[in-house]
Design a protein around this ligand. Structure first.
Ligand SMILES: [Zn+2]
Length: 104
């Protein structure tokens, strides 16, 4: 169990990260939840040096990555330092609701 929960459409099978009341692909309200396996590949990564909120301001900044999960959806994650595009990562749920990606 990765602790990464996706929403899933009961009509078309589309899966996505952030909560919505209807499927962004087909508009169906038959929305459920599925647990992601937690494996994926870094699609993009950056370091945020100027935090948008004081509570996010940490020395050296923090990493944000877009990770393409093995199941297909691309999700936003906090990233450990040193990740590169194409790295194989393990993603686990974070206590603030944003998953954490680290090299697998
Ligand atoms: Zn759908």
């Amino acid at each position: 169990m990765s602790g990464v929960t996706l929403q899933s459409c009961g009509a078309c099978g589309h899966r996505w990260q952030f909560r919505r009341g209807a499927c962004p692909s087909c508009g169906s309200a038959a929305v459920g939840e599925v647990e992601a396996g937690g494996g994926g590949i870094v699609w993009s990564v950056t370091t945020v040096l100027r935090a948008p909120l004081p509570e996010l301001d940490v020395p050296g900044g923090y990493g944000i990555a877009l990770v393409t999960l093995d199941e297909g959806p691309r999700i936003m994650c906090r990233a450990v330092a040193g990740l590169s595009i194409g790295d194989r990562v393990s993603v686990a749920g974070g206590e603030d609701g944003l998953p954490r990606a680290r090299r697998a």
